[in-house]
Design a protein around this ligand. Structure first.
Ligand SMILES: CC(=O)N[C@H]1[C@@H](OP(=O)(O)OP(=O)(O)OC[C@H]2O[C@@H](n3ccc(=O)[nH]c3=O)[C@H](O)[C@@H]2O)O[C@H](CO)[C@@H](O)[C@@H]1O
Ligand SMILES: C=C(OP(=O)(O)O)C(=O)O
Length: 418
């Protein structure tokens, strides 16, 4: 099993190219199921989750080809409407085939994703929304079986929690439904706007994406698409935090700074100089020790839960005490015991991590437990004295494209080992 070996060696410096966003690419690729016309996606990141998605689409009968960062999907001949446990268990976003398959073919069977390390992550909002659109749904033997007589029907759907995945699934179902669907209390993440833009380029009628009320007028069929995936705001934020933690200066290119307001504001509060243009962002820590910041995660435009672990690592080496509160997932502090193994001073109190800064971290063997927890251990390893060995980096490979190569380009001493 691959591991990362990191030798803490001072400030990161240089320029890094940001990849397309995992969380935009996965729903976009699933949207390829909505049409029999060819779909071409560019700026698709080379990630384990993307490979899983393409395997899933292939298993359903779609023809898929990949040339560098370009993915072609031809879903004209779907032969199978079952998303099996083996694939769904490795990637929860597999649930996003449900809306498109049901909308286009009137039935689908998808394995229940089940819980995962960061929380229970139920899919009740996905299912109740589809039921309001006329789907009959049964959950049996670990599978969701859904069917609809005729077409899905537009509906008024109020989601009592803000869910990115449910908003995406229901939006994809609604584009081919008969009549108008209104999604209220919708998630407002930039990846939802990217999906809506892509669907509209295929002939869908979606308005309001990026607000909490999305209105979708169903159409009978969708056209081909050619869409470039939004840059990854979480990958960008991770490199910026790594630069801040090491006292360095890093410029991220092919980025989307307008998706990073909450993160930029916290980096500035930590003492970093942050500058940006349309598609680049640069952080300069000017050799200074960062200051601890308080953070509370929230749905967009609040502070993203996917950046929480990286800021816990930053707070550990900053000056002062910072309180990091997680409000989205009930078990998203698994990086804390691993950071403690490296000498971090953190107390867990309910859903908050009280991070006492100023720790001199020491390299250790640590275990990645989920995607962003892994990123926080890598950041800690870059700052720690001596060698850090991060085990189980298959989590990291789900969401970061060649992180060791990109960090190496910024001067880090990091290598993938067996
Ligand atoms: C592939 C992808 O885009 N993943 C992102 C997506 O995950 P995902 O779409 O799974 O996350 P959600 O926004 O759905 O989850 C938010 C909260 O709602 C709860 N919930 C969700 C659905 C539901 O039917 N019932 C329910 O109770 C979840 O357990 C969680 O507590 O948004 C999360 C929150 O920004 C991010 O951390 C993930 O990186
Ligand atoms: C939690 C994440 O992803 P997923 O929803 O794919 O598990 C993440 O990207 O941090």
């Amino acid at each position: 099993m691959d591991k990362l070996l990191i030798k803490g060696n001072g400030p990161l410096n240089g320029t890094v190219r940001i990849s397309g966003a995992k969380n935009a690419a996965l729903p976009l690729l699933m949207a390829g199921l909505l049409t029999e016309k060819p779909c071409v996606f560019t700026n698709v990141p080379a990630l384990r989750d993307v490979r899983t998605t393409l395997a899933l689409l292939g298993q359903l009968g779609a023809r898929v080809s990949v040339e560098a960062d370009k993915v072609n999907i031809d879903a004209s001949e779907i032969t199978n409407l079952i998303a099996p446990y083996d694939l769904v268990k490795t990637m929860r976003a597999s649930i996003l085939v449900l809306g498109p398959l049901l909308a286009r073919f009137g039935r689908a069977q998808v394995s229940l994703p089940g819980g995962c390390a960061i929380g229970a992550r139920p899919v009740n909002l996905h299912l109740s929304g589809l039921e309001l659109m006329g789907a009959k749904i049964e959950v049996e033997s670990g599978y969701i079986s859904a069917h609809v007589d005729g077409r899905l029907q537009g509906a008024n759907i109020f989601m009592d929690m803000v869910s990115v995945g449910a908003t995406e699934n229901l939006m994809m179902a609604a584009v081919l439904a008969e009549g108008t669907t209104i999604l209220e209390n919708a998630a407002r993440e930039p990846e939802i706007v990217d999906l809506a833009n892509c669907l509209n380029s295929m002939g869908a009628k979606v308005s309001g994406a990026g607000t909490d009320k999305i209105v979708i007028q169903g159409v009978e069929s969708l056209n081909a698409c050619h869409h470039s995936v939004l840059p990854d705001r979480i990958e960008t934020g991770t490199f910026l935090v790594a630069a801040a933690a090491t006292g360095g200066k890093v410029r991220c290119e092919h980025a989307a700074p307008d998706t990073l307001d909450a993160v930029i504001s916290k980096l500035k509060e930590a003492g970093a100089k942050v500058t940006y243009g349309d598609d680049w962002i640069e952080l300069d820590m000017q050799g200074q020790q960062p200051k601890s910041v308080n953070i509370k995660t929230a749905p967009h435009p609040g502070f993203p839960t996917d950046m929480q672990a990286q800021f816990v690592a930053l707070n550990c080496v900053a000056s002062g005490t910072g309180v990091v509160t997680e409000t989205i997932f009930e078990n998203r502090f698994m990086h804390v015991p691993e950071l403690q193994r490296m000498g971090a001073s953190i107390d867990l109190e309910a859903n908050s991590a009280v991070c006492r800064g100023g720790s001199k971290l020491k390299g250790a063997q640590v275990m990645a437990t989920d995607l962003r927890a892994s990123a926080s251990l890598v950041i800690a390893g870059l700052v720690a004295q001596g060698e850090t060995l991060v085990d189980r980096i298959y989590h990291l490979d789900r969401g970061y494209e060649q992180i060791e190569v990109k960090l190496g380009g910024l001067g880090a001493k990091i290598q993938r080992v067996q």
